[in-house]
Design a protein around this ligand. Structure first.
Ligand SMILES: O=C1O[C@H](COP(=O)(O)O)[C@@H](O)[C@H](O)[C@H]1O
Length: 268
């Protein structure tokens, strides 16, 4: 059983006993939001990240999820992408395609990924343009509170430095307010060239999930969630800046990643 509580302004926190339990909780949550979104507006606009998140979603390709999810109504996007060929092992698209999307019935035309033949700057511009077209045709909803798309669900991993998507601590990309997608050519984590959703887009989603596992992420999880003095420099940690203005934020962490949280008290 997960230890669950809601922090006044940091959302719902679910600390799972182990990875098996976390991945069941995560895919249950995804299936639930998928069903509700399809019921409400006929489609499910889901945003993926790369990294360890994809293996934690692995149960989606197994029964009962592979049969109960209405894959044909899924539209898939990426919160960030490495600017490499789609066949490259660093590609977030390839990771999701090989391990998840090719094993279920998501239409390839419903997968909105970057153009991998152009520069990072051009890839960001083209990707944003494609999403703007999908908002115009109402495949993706528009936020009522900002000039941003309102994705049904954005799934984010978090690095041990507190980065989410390709928004790294103290990086200029964190300041971008007017673009939906921006680019980096100096990512502190390789590969250096990336595109990423900006904070206004992430914070306009209907639902945002942040997943973090392992002891190496425990300090960043503490700094991203717990109350901190108003002078603390960690208040600008990227994961802490995720704060959906009109949506839900849920943290899925395992016992190791959650071990430094103020609310952590796991029954043995
Ligand atoms: O570089 C990236 O890292 C983060 C975190 O990855 P993880 O393996 O520590 O979970 C990931 O969410 C992001 O999409 C990716 O590009």
């Amino acid at each position: 059983m997960a230890l669950t509580w809601t922090h006044e302004n940091r959302g719902e926190i679910r600390v799972h006993e182990n990875l098996e339990e976390l991945s069941i909780g995560l895919v249950d949550y995804i299936a639930e939001i998928s069903e509700a979104s399809i019921k409400e507006h006929g489609a499910f606009c889901i945003v993926l990240s790369g990294g360890s998140l994809i293996s934690l979603m692995g149960k989606l390709i197994e029964p009962p999820y592979n049969k109960i999810v209405d894959w044909a109504k899924w539209y898939v996007f990426w919160a960030d992408e490495r600017v490499v060929a789609k066949s490259h092992d660093d590609s977030n698209y390839k990771l999701a395609k090989d391990n998840l999307l090719s094993k279920v019935n998501v239409f390839p035309r419903h997968m909105c990924s970057i153009n991998d033949t152009v520069s990072a700057e051009e890839a960001a511009t083209e990707y944003e343009f494609a999403i703007r077209q999908m908002v115009r045709t109402r495949t993706v909803a528009a936020s009522k509170n900002s000039d941003c798309p309102k994705f049904d669900l954005i799934l984010l991993g978090m690095g041990s430095d507190g980065h989410v998507a390709s928004l790294f601590p103290n990086h200029l990309a964190l300041e971008v307010k007017d673009d939906w997608v921006t680019f980096l050519t100096n990512s502190p984590k390789p590969p250096p060239e990336r595109i990423t959703f900006t904070l206004p887009v992430i914070n306009s989603a209907a639902n945002v999930v942040i997943v973090a596992t392992g002891e190496s992420k425990s300090n960043a999880i503490h700094l991203a969630i717990d109350d901190l003095p108003s002078s603390d420099s960690s208040l600008s940690l990227p994961a802490r800046l995720v704060h959906p203005s009109n949506g839900n934020l849920v943290w899925f962490v395992d016992k190791q990643a959650g071990s430094k949280l103020d609310g952590f008290k796991f029954s043995e």
